[in-house]
Design a protein. Structure first.
Lengths: 196, 196, 196, 196
């Protein structure tokens, strides 16, 4: 099995240029390629398992960086597919969010707060199926700080490559505006429906 | 909502002393306490959101350490509940494992290989519901290298506190033997059943 | 004591636009500001040491990110000061490099290899004063993978903000060319002289 | 050049059993071995540089873990050599510490505070030769959070292997007591003298 590059149905976006998206999709493809590369290298080095045990284990330790780099970009671009659509107040996510944050809009306020975390990485919104609550965290790079075992509701790429074709780092909040302007909440709400 | 300390139905274990388990359960409780502490501190500092934005975000970044520390220990102790029981060749996990590794026993061989990774952390076995395959990785500490969004099948604690009441670090393989001797595969196979 | 923003004597650079440098210097200033902010927050929270012990320790853990972000940028911009100047074959660094890599130019080849490491961070060239040898490593972000206690000879910023005003991530090698075109080796060689 | 295992002149210590020290020295030797192993593996894989570029870079990224694991243990055991000796109020370190913390003893109080940081790693006391001040931080594992380019004054191993032969993790403060009871400050003060 090899991981395949996914295609996304992206129309013209608000506040994110087509060059920005093109560059970003190119980086996504690099992650898919390197996920497969690690698996091939491990298979190759495993021919001589004993001599290469250290190297194999270090490649495996690095797997999360490439795998998450691939998967998080897939969650990200999926959210922009078709065209932007507003939050549905009848969705299960609306109910869970209102319960935790007081209103559905407050989830966006909260996400913006977490997005202001220093450094690069991702804002990731999870649902804890055991604690029955939403958690929004900042993950450094792709693999430092993921909540273990929790399904994902929404992600925002906070690497500099996600916006620097269009914006400089001090304009991060304009980038966040652009992300929110383009979110198709149908995809996000559907993820939550599948969890419950 | 506060996270609660879970109780585990642990009988006498093979190769892991009751003092070892008692010390380890005490550390687990510390994680639950600190998950709640971070949430309280964030709530407290949020009274003055603007002045404390940096501190709040840094606490939130650290959340994964405590949350995963809590949750991974719960997966770990759950696997030892009731008493050890062997792998069921009729389980869905047996089929998935045989497909990937050639046999069910080979999963254990593979886990042992990953467990020999240098450093402290966890061996975590996930199922990628999109790629339809099992991934076994080494997570450093509790939060460095978790695979994003994937449900968990099996975990082994590779922190030194998990075995140093009974063994010295050069006897890690004896500890792994003890873990395998005590696994109740019913819990592990059930996790996999719930994913599919 | 507060850390102060350093000023650098930068003329027009080859392959790095003045906007790129301006944006980058702005980010550097953010690190100085946040180094001081952490110190102030710790002082403030220490008024109530016991209740805030957890928060204080987590801020202190994060200190390296901001401190290294400040210091590494200072090393980086310092290397571009005045104007580019070539390697001196009579320098002590030339001798140490020739001993390790066969020639002084090979240090640059080696640095380019390390700069191709996946992810963002820094290439850092150190001298191990105990082992009497040069080590060139890739540091993730600013603080993951620094060699302990070793003085620094040369750094290259491999964050995306260092080049994305002028280049896209697939043009990283053009950025590295630009860095090398602008290095004033007098500063680099002098650092090494001060170590010996 | 290969890194060599250093021998330390350790007499009977207070509060740290000879088995604890023996186990710990064995782990130290493992780091030296793996520093050399990484260098050998990189040399071996570099025979086919192009095909192995990814693997080489990932081994190089990991170098800091093993190198710091080696070097920090050397700093640690060195501090216990000969026999414990008290702080000298006439030392340059006494003056610098009094300036920053109000008294020499307060450095120890401060170190104890930092040592209570959650997780495993090291307390490291550095001197910032540019900012002319002492910084005490908690480094996770061996390589996450080192202050770049700063010389080292004092280190305390906070991995569980450093004390779990003698103490359980809830007795960490007894371990810290034992460390302080055995410090030969002559070595620590001499490090500081060499910096100035």
């Amino acid at each position: 099995m090899k991981y395949q590059i996914r295609k996304f149905n992206l129309s013209v976006l608000t506040g994110l240029s087509s060059k920005q998206i093109e560059v970003h999709l190119g980086l996504y493809e690099g992650y898919v390629k390197h996920v497969n590369l690690i698996r091939e290298k491990i298979a190759e080095l495993s021919q001589n398992q004993e001599a290469n045990a250290y190297v194999i284990n270090e490649l495996r330790r690095r797997f999360a960086f490439e795998f998450n780099g691939m998967r998080l970009h897939e969650y990200y671009f999926e959210q922009f597919q078709n065209s932007a659509s507003v939050q549905s107040m009848n969705s299960a996510l609306a109910r869970a969010t209102t319960e935790k944050y007081g209103s559905y809009e407050n989830l966006s306020v909260h996400i913006r707060g977490v997005a202001s975390t220093r450094g690069i990485g991702w804002v990731v919104v999870y649902f804890d199926t055991i604690g029955k609550t939403i958690h929004t965290v900042f993950v450094s790079e792709h693999e430092i700080g993921q909540l273990t075992g929790l399904p994902i509701i929404l992600v925002i790429d906070m690497w500099e490559h996600a916006f620097m074709v269009d914006y400089v780092p001090t304009e991060k909040s304009k980038y966040i505006d652009a992300v929110f302007a383009n979110l198709n909440w149908k995809f996000i709400e559907k993820r939550f429906d599948l969890i419950k």
